[in-house]
Write a protein that binds this ligand. Structure first.
Ligand SMILES: [Zn+2]
Length: 85
């Protein structure tokens, strides 16, 4: 009887763990989707084309595919400007 109780307890823990895994996977998928939507929301202010990730001279940036400009993080820009001094 005690053995059966243990097995039942283990089974319940397994089911609970599986539910948590499923929840975590769903949550990860939702977060990835939000990140994709945010990336898609980055549009060039001139032509509204989606900005693409690019790397020039080791500097990561988002660029307009029609060469209207490139966008950098503020810290990256500050680092680049401080190199010129
Ligand atoms: Zn543009």
């Amino acid at each position: 009887m005690s053995d059966e109780k243990d097995r039942l307890g283990q089974r319940l823990r397994d089911v609970e763990a599986a539910r948590e895994d499923q929840w975590a996977r769903k949550r990860d998928a939702e977060l990835l989707e939000q990140m994709r939507e945010r990336l898609n929301a980055m549009l060039c202010p001139y032509c509204k084309a989606s900005l693409g990730a690019a790397s020039e001279g080791g500097v990561e940036m988002l660029k307009c595919p029609n060469d209207h400009g490139a966008w950098l993080g503020k810290k990256t820009l500050e680092r680049l400007l401080s190199r010129r001094k």
